[in-house]
Design a binder for this molecule. Structure first.
Ligand code: CMC
Length: 464
């Protein structure tokens, strides 16, 4: 492409480089190239051409992979605010419009009509399964729910008040020790067995962590129950009496799992991809994802929201609390509000909010004080200039904890449930990455700001 195709200057950096945009008919084998941009070092006149890659939806992404070769510079983008780390066909988010699609299907439609296992199958395989395919998948997941007895004994090593996320992360990583020799990441059948095992066993591991904190005996999985009903049974049944699974509870969990199943290149999914890109055992990569999810800025927010509501205590204190949130010298944030991608209502939050009403009504606690406080907080925040100007809306975690809490699930388990659901997405992304013949190890660069080279000083020669 010659430089005569220059169309429009789109950006200028103070660092002496200029970025121009060209139209281009060039199409690569992988992704179509819609435009070419030119990045010029204004001091030397040296120019690099950058392809703008077009996906099926969303903004183009500049291919900067040859930038260092062509201009001897890297790009700098802390927090990946403007960097696409990969091409992916799994999930699409339009944060301004509040759109979330799994393999092209709106999450609202899946939430209303699908099941978690169907969604997991969709995420992994790319299209909705036939009846026979879904049955086969469900049967395989059901038959993989038990975990090795030796693995269960690991829980004995944890203190009774260990955080369940720490236990789940450790036990999932330990699965690598059980399945290392039978896990060839280049073998599609091995990858499939891994996918089924991890999706099937996560609820069992989560329930074992919960039972350990209670000091109750572990309840084995039941193959006659659905995925979510089985999880509830493992959580709440005890050997000495019958446990009736509430269909409303199972339905609410199913819905929450569908909504949490994937969210493209979020922090935990990127962690799974990065760890997996080294060729690491995938159970270890999923464990890394569990750890990344735990943070309060990510999946740990559902737990933090309820702690926050407790701290606020009552509607009378909302104003005082929001004053703290808006004070930049105070580190307090309105948990469950804001999102890196959504600058509009999180579509998942809208669905969960409606589910909240249904669950609380069905359980006869429609006037749950925490929910009422959350609604007041939401109403005030949505009218407040601080939140309006920053486009901060309630996210998925603002309400999910209220539902989990109403179902009797303790706070420390909220993020574990998020991890069970997100495992479907992590697996789909790991599969997509390792089956790509162009896969490379993930290895970002840095802008070094430390000391220049200096000579070692013997300790006696150092001043205090
Ligand atoms: N409370 C108060 N101020 C906020 C909040 C909040 N929850 N979120 C963002 N802001 C402010 C922030 O201080 C900044 O203001 P300014 O421009 O004056 O410096 C501005 O909004 C932009 O925020 P940011 O931190 O640059 O945005 P980010 O994209 O880096 O962070 C976030 C996204 C989700 C980490 C952040 O909104 C947050 O901490 N929210 C609370 C935690 C939370 O609910 N997390 C769950 C996310 S949804 C579940 C998931 O997918 O993980």
């Amino acid at each position: 492409m010659s430089h005569d195709h220059l169309r429009k200057e789109v950006d200028e950096s103070g660092g002496g480089s200029i970025l121009r945009r060209y139209s281009s008919p060039v199409v690569s084998a992988k992704t179509s190239v819609s435009m070419k941009y030119e990045l010029k070092n204004l001091a030397t006149g040296k120019v690099a051409e950058l392809n703008a890659l077009s996906g099926t939806l969303g903004p183009d992404a500049l291919d900067i992979s040859h930038l260092n070769r062509d201009l001897g510079v890297f790009t700098y983008d802390p927090g990946f605010m403007a960097t696409a780390s990969t091409e992916s066909k799994i999930t699409y988010i339009d944060g301004d419009a509040g759109v979330l699609l799994y393999r092209g299907y709106p999450v609202e439609q899946l939430a209303a009509q699908s099941s978690f296992l169907e969604v997991a199958n969709l995420l992994i395989h790319g299209s909705l399964p036939t009846n026979a395919q879904l049955r086969e998948f469900q049967t395989s997941i059901t038959r993989h729910t038990m975990v090795n007895e030796h693995l269960l004994r690991f829980f004995q090593g944890f203190h009774h008040n260990a955080h369940p996320m720490a236990m789940v992360s450790a036990v999932v990583a330990s699965m690598a020790a059980f399945y290392h020799d039978t896990m060839d990441t280049h073998d599609p059948r091995h990858r499939e067995i891994f996918a089924h095992r991890i999706i099937a066993k996560l609820p069992t591991i989560a329930a074992a962590a919960y039972k350990h904190t209670l000091g109750q005996p572990f309840i084995y999985p039941r193959n006659d129950l659905s995925y979510c009903a089985n999880m509830l049974n493992m959580f709440f049944a005890v050997p000495c009496e019958a446990y009736a699974i509430d269909p409303v509870a199972a339905q609410a969990i199913e819905l929450l799992f569908i909504l949490h199943a994937d969210h493209e290149q979020n922090a935990s999914t990127s962690t799974v991809r990065l760890a997996g890109s080294t060729g690491a055992n995938p159970y270890a990569a999923i464990s890394a994802g569990v750890s990344a999810l735990w943070g309060p800025a990510h999946g740990g927010a559902n737990e933090a929201v309820l702690d926050m509501l407790d701290t606020i205590g009552s509607a009378a204190n909302v104003g005082k609390f929001l004053t703290r949130v808006k004070d930049k010298s105070d580190s307090v944030r309105l948990m469950g509000f804001g999102h890196r991608v959504y600058k509009n209502f999180d579509p998942r939050a809208k669905i969960i909010r409606a589910m909240c009403y249904r669950v609380l009504d069905k359980l006869g606690i429609g006037n749950d004080p925490l929910f009422e406080l959350a609604l007041i907080l939401e109403e005030i925040a949505l009218k407040d200039e601080y939140f309006v100007s920053r486009k901060l809306y309630p996210n998925v975690d603002f309400y999910s904890g209220i539902i989990y809490s109403a179902l009797g699930i303790p706070r420390s388990m909220f993020t574990v449930l998020f991890a069970i659901a997100r495992t479907a997405g992590w697996v789909a992304h790991w599969q997509e990455m390792v089956s790509d013949p162009h896969m490379r190890i993930g290895r970002p660069r840095q802008l070094y700001a430390g000391p220049r080279q200096r000579d070692y000083q013997p300790i006696a020669a150092r001043s205090a």
